[in-house]
Design a protein around this ligand. Structure first.
Ligand code: NAD
Length: 496
């Protein structure tokens, strides 16, 4: 039994240490003695420790999942989904608690953490809807011959997730995988293992049988063991491109189905006819939301022609933000140093820092960078090319739309791209040509919500399909094709 997290504000508060959840029980690692601090980034102080697991713990979790799987897959999908109806109720009931837990372990603002938990609940709702939409199909394909397609689970499957959405990203996978009949092993980010540990209790309270959902905490060793384990049939991954590539090739090499979402460098193209207020509000929300630690965050604004009025409005709005109140900390001291390094290097190379967050320090000890805008950058600067993953907007000024699209398409990433314009023609031209899987028109964070699938292109996604919505269900299930003939009439085709 895990106690509730009782914080009611951002004031520093500790919580219980993070432990694994295997076969319905909270457990310490079998042999590993390694632990890490879970830091509240607002204060830079540990709110708990996480026990880091080894290969033997992955094996124990996979075995527990394999033991639970046969009974779970035999249950009708409606009964499996019912557990998620109850889970939804419990998550709504515990919304405040989960919100504060996400906020404390990740550092994001209360409002952002609440939106995250609400989005996780939306993903659970999609899982609840599956019995109504996963009916499969059937057709008489020849006289007296029927083909039927049914969706079946894969068996034991695993999810590996990043630090920036401790609660939402696991729920990009869990409802489709578990309602689909699989048993699941989750490897949370070692930096934010607390909210999913708490939710494991809610899943048990909702009636999920022991072993259907398991958590193994840890780092690289656990990830590699999940990729290698012969009982695990599929791996979903969300994180940086470097690790996405590693996980994709290692999991594929051992014959697993793998879908690995990576990093991003999202471009917002702005043309002079864009609506000033909509654009300025939206661009600022996109690059500062979650302190820029979102794979959908605006990173580069490509200003086409004379956009001085829009750039000034963006700067003025971002300058009003109070770091600590309107924007949270970044995840670690190393992240703050890395982000400031990008700003320093752009400045040294001749860019103009028109809003400088390098000195922000609202709470002593925390990991802070304020909203920052780098103007007059050039495409060779690391700030214009690499994922910064912080509250930094790099502005590239270009003479025309073709050059803007060329810059966007030269990026190896392809997660998101947006256009700000009041012209349907310009919007259409950009939407037809940018190399990005998730595109926005006057929307800075163009997340495709359920039932649509979430996923980028190029170096932002390795594998086939998308992570959420119906595509997620297809990833976590396989199709059985049944061809049957009962009638005795003579068929006229080669099938007779
Ligand atoms: P990360 O890649 O460092 O970590 C992700 C997971 O991989 C964690 O569970 C971590 O423990 C594990 N891991 C880290 N290094 C590893 C290694 N060498 N071998 C095996 N496993 C390893 O990512 P992060 O810093 O937690 O999250 C930020 C990144 O995630 C950003 O690049 C961001 O763009 C990306 N992200 C992408 C999406 C998307 O949908 N495309 C969504 C959220 C975050």
């Amino acid at each position: 039994m895990i106690p509730s997290f009782t914080a009611k504000s951002s004031d520093f508060q500790t919580y219980v240490d993070a432990r694994n959840f295997i076969a319905g029980e909270y457990q310490s690692p079998l042999t590993s003695k390694e632990t890490l601090e879970v830091l509240n980034p607002r204060y830079g102080k540990a709110i708990a420790r996480v026990a880091m697991s080894g290969r033997d713990d992955v094996d124990a979790a996979a075995k527990a999942a394999a033991a639970a799987y046969p009974e779970w897959r035999r249950m009708p999908i409606r009964d499996r989904a019912y557990v998620f109806y109850v889970l939804r109720q419990l998550m709504v009931q515990h919304l405040e608690e989960l919100t504060w837990l996400v906020s404390h372990e990740n550092g994001k603002l209360y409002s952002e953490a609440k939106a995250e938990v609400e989005k996780a609940i939306e993903c659970v709702e999609y899982g609840c809807s599956l019995p109504n939409i996963a009916a499969g199909s059937q057709l008489e394909v020849s006289r007296g011959v029927r083909c039927e397609v049914v969706y079946e689970p894969l068996g034991v499957v695993a999810g590996i997730v990043p630090f920036n959405f401790p609660c939402m990203v696991p729920f990009w996978m869990i409802p489709q995988a578990i309602v689909g009949g699989n048993a699941f092993v989750l490897k949370p980010s070692e930096r934010v293992p607390l909210s999913m540990m708490r939710i494991a209790q809610l899943m048990k309270d909702a009636g999920l049988p022991n072993g259907v959902f398991n958590i193994v905490n840890g780092g690289r060793e656990v990830v590699e063991a999940l990729c290698d384990h012969e009982q695990i049939k599929a791996v979903g991954f969300v994180g940086s491109t470097k690790v996405a590539k590693l996980v994709y090739s290692r999991a594929s090499a051992s014959g697993k189905r793998a879908l690995c979402l990576g990093g991003a460098k999202n471009h917002l193209i702005v043309v002079p006819d864009a609506d000033l207020a909509v654009t300025a509000d939206n661009v600022v929300a996109s690059f500062t939301g979650g302190t820029g630690q979102r794979c959908m965050a605006a990173s580069v604004m490509v200003a086409v022609g004379d956009c001085d009025h829009i750039i000034e409005a963006v700067r003025a709005r971002a300058a009003k933000m109070v770091t600590g109140n309107d924007m949270g900390p970044v995840t670690s001291e190393a992240a703050a140093a890395r982000i400031k390094g990008y700003i320093d290097s752009a400045e040294r190379a001749g860019a103009k820092i028109i809003l400088d967050g390098r000195k922000a320090d609202p709470v002593k000890g925390g990991f802070w960078v304020g909203p920052t805008i780098i103007d007059n950058a050039t495409t060779d600067m690391p700030a214009a090319r690499e994922e910064i993953f912080g509250p930094v907007l790099t502005i590239l000024r270009v003479p025309n739309l073709d050059r803007a699209i060329e810059i966007e398409n030269a990026s190896p990433y392809g997660n998101a791209s947006s256009i700000y314009t009041t012209s349907g023609d310009i919007a259409q031209r950009v939407m037809q040509r940018v190399e990005a899987g998730m595109c926005g028109v006057n929307i800075g964070v163009p997340v495709p919500r359920e039932p649509f699938g979430f996923g980028g292109w190029n170096d932002s996604l390795f594998g086939h399909g998308n992570m959420t919505g119906w595509d997620g269900y297809l990833f976590w299930t396989r199709q059985r094709k049944i061809t049957s003939k009962w009638a005795l009439q003579k068929d006229q085709t080669w099938m007779s």
